[in-house]
Design a protein around this ligand. Structure first.
Ligand code: GAP
Length: 516
């Protein structure tokens, strides 16, 4: 097992062991790609949502919120293009009966069989040349590396062209030519490639047949589009302005792996920013930068990168992903899309209702253009956990080295902000005092009282769930009303008076530092 696979496995089991994320319906052996958030998970997730909501809605006078329903009129999905085009190319292996995304099979082949070799050559050369190594020059001159890069480009270009032209026969031909085998059975006995619509559907009780067919929304964005004028008129917003929403979305993903990275039920945090036609590029650049800053406030810059889309969706005139380096490599965390006037115009056409804005400065009405920012809350959760969870060698109570597992999550996002710990459990005077401190602090932030086990073990438990501060009540507390305040990251312990604790911790765990 590679180091990355190992750290990912540890992360998944940590999430379960410490009550962050559980497999859905585990007692029935689980439901694939559906997960439940446990006591600490729900706190962390709520804090992530707060961070997003506050930075979008609270910090921008021209962004307002919305909470639209999951069910929408079925015509919504006709207008948005989801009924006709929200498909993934699917292929089955006849020997294993396993289903795959045909495009992912090819992409994985390129990554594992071609690019891995190129990367190996580059790393070898880096070691050989040391500080003088120029990676770009090496890639442009070394015949072997050039060959791998060229092969990768040829395969991916052909895949993209075939998918754009809906030439599914050629996608299958490509899989056969590359001799891609089923990862499960090793067999190359494939079915044809077919399109598979990712929307879940259900039936309205009162109307039988097609007319009563409802869809679970595959993105939250459409609830914003159809409410565009309701929101604009009731808030008297002027363009440019945005509507933000957090909510569930559902996709019948063909291959849903990698824990909460790709789920069938997940949550999105989306913002549609309505602008004058012709100004979309300016706002696209603005949101590209603003969203990267939001990520960099809690994640190191080197774990984040932009990825421009080469193949644009039919409604977009520009699109990029903000990628995060997950334990399985750089992957999409957030999408920024310049969606033109496609959605509003389609809804206008199909509904027969005008979805136009009167621009008093220009003295004309138009269908606004839209720049969208769309981030998966669960992916953000995974990124936050992956970045924060680590093993660290620290001195224990006797001064000897010991390894602790610590979740160094930003204090503003931490599930529990402060734990209150009496030094000993069987001393009623200590536990009573600790309860008194806890009962006061819980009005300021999320607090936990813990008296079970030795103090060292209790510190480790709080480290594992990311609690930034621990307050310990000892015999001195009874004399002078002071406590020990322990810092999760530096392990520093300072003596402070009880009256100071709430203000000190509040300042450190405030979202304010993230929002400036
Ligand atoms: N409204 C635009 C839209 O939905 P998207 O790129 O399909 O665009 C946006 O999705 C974000 O939603 C992604 O960047 C990702 O973070 C999240 N997301 C998409 N599918 C997901 C899934 N199956 N599981 C978890 N998160 C997902």
């Amino acid at each position: 097992m590679s180091q990355q696979e190992d750290s990912f496995k540890k992360l998944v089991s940590h999430c379960k062991e410490y009550g962050f994320v559980f497999q859905s319906s585990e007692v029935y052996d689980g439901l694939a790609a559906v997960y439940d958030y446990g006591p600490y998970g729900v706190e962390l997730k709520n804090n992530i949502k707060q961070y997003w909501w506050q930075s979008m809605v609270k910090m921008h006078e021209n962004i307002v919120g919305l909470d639209a329903a999951i069910f929408m009129h079925p015509k919504t999905w006709k207008a948005s293009g989801h009924i006709d085009a929200f498909n993934d190319p699917m292929i089955d292996n006849k020997s294993s009966n396993k289903r795959y995304r045909a495009d992912q099979l090819v992409e994985e082949y390129v990554e594992k069989k071609v690019m891995k070799k190129a990367k190996k050559e580059i790393e070898k050369a880096r070691k050989r040349f040391g500080d003088d190594f120029d990676e770009e020059q090496y890639k442009a001159t070394n015949p072997r590396v050039m060959g791998y890069l060229e092969k990768s480009k040829t395969i991916l270009t052909r895949l993209n062209t075939s998918l754009t032209n809906e030439d599914l026969e050629d996608v299958k031909a490509l899989i056969e030519e590359l001799e891609i085998a089923c990862p499960e059975s090793g067999s190359r006995d494939w079915t044809d490639v077919r399109q598979f619509n990712l929307m879940f559907n259900t039936q309205l009780g009162t109307i039988a047949g097609e007319a009563g067919k409802l869809y679970l929304r595959p993105e939250t964005a459409q609830g914003i589009f159809v409410n565009f004028l309701n929101v604009q008129k009731t808030t008297r917003q002027k363009i440019p302005f945005g509507i933000a929403q957090i909510g569930k979305a559902f996709r019948n993903e063909i291959v849903a792996r990698q824990f909460i990275f790709r789920m069938r039920e997940f949550e999105q945090m989306e913002m549609q920013f309505f602008v004058r036609p012709g100004e979309q590029q300016k706002w696209y650049a603005y949101w590209k930068e603003a969203r990267m800053k939001w990520h960099q406030a809690i994640h190191p810059a080197e774990k984040l990168q932009y990825h421009d889309h080469e193949k644009l969706a039919h409604y977009a005139d520009a699109a990029l992903d903000i990628e995060f380096e997950f334990p399985f490599g750089f992957r999409e965390l957030e999408g920024i899309h310049s969606r033109t006037d496609f959605d509003l115009s389609s809804h206008q056409e199909l509904s027969g209702r005008k979805l136009q804005y009167f621009d008093s400065e220009l003295g004309e009405s138009y269908v606004p253009y839209v720049v969208e920012t769309s981030i998966g809350c669960d992916r953000m959760f995974l990124a936050t956990m992956a970045n924060a969870l680590m093993d660290e060698v620290v001195p224990d109570a006797d001064g000897k080295d010991s390894t602790r597992t610590v979740l160094k999550v930003h204090p503003a996002l931490a599930p529990v902000k402060c734990a209150v710990l009496p030094l000993l459990k069987n001393k009623p005077e200590l536990t009573a005092k600790a309860r008194e401190v806890f009962n006061d602090l819980k009005f300021s932030f999320n607090c936990q009282y813990d008296e079970k086990d030795a103090i060292g073990r209790r510190y480790r438990r709080q480290d594992a769930i990311g609690t930034p501060y621990c307050v310990t009540i000892d015999f001195d507390t009874l004399e002078d009303n002071t406590v020990t305040l322990r810092d999760r990251d530096t392990l520093e312990q300072v003596r402070v008076s009880i009256g100071e604790v709430a203000a000190m911790v509040s300042e450190k765990v405030s979202m304010r530092t993230l929002l400036v």
